[in-house]
Design a protein around this ligand. Structure first.
Ligand SMILES: [Zn+2]
Length: 469
């Protein structure tokens, strides 16, 4: 059976400062090596001071993944030599003397499958190596330490995945979860990085590193399954090793034999004391955690009667569920959920488009109310929404500039119905005998008003007229 385990590195992008110094946690778009200080580049005599907020955010992730939080946490030095690591070691957590990392023994349910979380640890990000040209041919490698020391949470799963699809679902759930917690923006470049351990039946375990995106980890795992199976079939041993994902060629390539844990010579980080985690602090954190996606979904379905599938889509996306929360009232909640999931998500189907939306809760709320009280039809509403998100104009401005106002006042509608009754004598006669055919007449009225007649009022007026004539 194929066994896959994951190590996910998730940056705590919502923090102000790095894990052990006051340099900016947001290293993006800064000129190289400008976001550094003696602590994060490890100059002699500098002392790390643990970012308390980082411990809180990491604890929130642990709690949300059902992990146990230990009574005390400690830090270790993981020693290895690589140019992106200015100190020659990384400060991380290691369960050497019982669990002292920020979380352990969690579980996440994805569809029918339980994925166990082995450990969650807080650690610092290394710097970045920038290659001039392709990394294989270049003579020049540049080092940028702006990222060194950025706060990172590593989430290690048990090898519970049986196929790459389960991995993809899990990663999406995890990305939504950290976004919903407000601890990370998982869609920022490099904010969530995944290594995978994979072995097919009768094969040694291979670690895949350097995978840039969720889509690529799925591809890398598929590739690795095929590669390992074909080796096993030909009785060629699968070497236990680390392989890198070559994005350009869409294959994994052998990089070096895998380091064993003992090669890292973990040493207790003596510059950071053992930290006691007060149980009342955990209780307070738990109390103030944002509502979980699952709880949100249930509330949407139960309180507002939103269909489960719509509630699922809405609750998983923090941007849209926040918009929903700020826009809805008890009466228009269902309509708003409908507008967001069917129309708005359709216009903004990428992250970039979503961030470009000039939408406010008032836009959505006004539109839902207008649809519900019949002053705009759903069709016109969709056009109005498209214009509002593009321009940021109010509904009433958009309605008048695009002439989307409803023909809902009774006298103008009656005039149009008069015309239709004259033009469609045969259909009127038929509708009198067979009320089911009335839709044909409604359709004619709609056509004359270019879809701007309120369907409810139109139907009511036609029925009245059929009975009286
Ligand atoms: Zn620093």
């Amino acid at each position: 059976m194929t066994k896959i385990g994951l190590e996910i590195h998730c940056q705590l992008t919502k923090l102000e400062s790095k894990l052990f110094c006051s340099c900016k946690a947001d290293y993006r778009n800064l000129s190289p090596n400008s976001n550094i200080c003696p602590v994060c580049i490890g100059l002699p005599g500098s002392l790390p001071i643990l970012n308390k907020k980082a411990v809180e955010k990491a604890t929130m992730i642990s709690l949300a993944l059902g992990c146990k939080i230990p009574e005390q946490i400690s830090f270790f030095r993981k020693n290895y030599f690589y140019p992106d690591l200015p100190k020659g070691f990384q400060i991380t957590q290691y369960n050497a003397y019982g669990p002292t990392s920020i979380g352990s023994d969690g579980v996440v349910q994805i569809e029918e499958k339980k994925i166990r979380i082995r450990r969650i640890q807080l650690e610092e990000d290394p710097g970045r190596l920038v290659y001039e040209g392709s990394s294989e041919k270049t003579q020049i490698t540049l080092v940028d330490y702006n990222r060194a020391g950025a706060p990172l949470v590593e989430i290690v799963t048990e090898p519970d995945f049986e196929n790459p699809k389960q991995v993809r679902i899990f990663l999406n759930v995890l990305a939504d979860l950290v976004e919903n917690l407000g601890v990370s923006d998982p869609y920022l470049e490099g904010a969530m990085r995944v290594d995978g351990n994979i072995s097919v039946e009768k094969a040694n375990r291979v670690e895949i590193k350097n995978v840039g995106s969720f889509r690529d980890i799925e591809k890398a795992l598929h590739f690795e399954i095929t590669r390992q199976q074909s080796l096993v079939e030909r009785n060629i041993p699968v070497v236990a090793e680390t392989r890198h994902w070559d994005e350009a060629r869409k294959i994994t390539v052998s990089s070096r034999s895998k380091e064993e844990e003992q090669d890292y010579r973990y040493l207790p980080e003596a510059d950071i004391p053992i930290i006691q985690i007060a149980q009342n602090k955990i209780a307070a954190l738990k109390e103030n955690m944002p509502e979980s996606i699952i709880a949100k979904k249930e509330r949407y379905a139960q309180k507002y009667g939103i269909p489960p599938q719509v509630a699922d889509v809405l609750s998983s996306d923090k941007f849209y569920s926040d918009l929903f929360e700020n826009a809805h009232t008890d009466t228009n909640a269902k309509e708003i959920a409908n507008i967001i999931t069917t129309d708005l998500m359709g216009f903004a189907d990428t992250r970039e488009k979503k961030l470009d939306l000039k939408i406010t809760p008032k836009h959505i709320s006004d539109l839902a109310d207008a649809i519900l009280n019949g002053t705009i039809t759903r069709n016109s509403g969709k056009i109005a929404l498209q214009e509002m998100v593009k321009t940021g104009k109010s509904l009433s401005d958009v309605k008048s500039s695009l002439d989307l106002g409803n023909v809902s006042d009774v006298s103008s509608l009656e005039k149009i119905i008069d015309e239709v009754f004259k033009e469609e004598e045969k259909a009127v006669l038929e509708a009198k005998q067979n009320p089911d055919t009335v839709n044909y007449i409604v359709g004619k009225v709609m056509k004359k008003t270019k879809g701007k007649a309120s369907p409810g009022t139109t139907l009511e007026l036609i029925r009245k007229r059929l009975l009286s004539s």
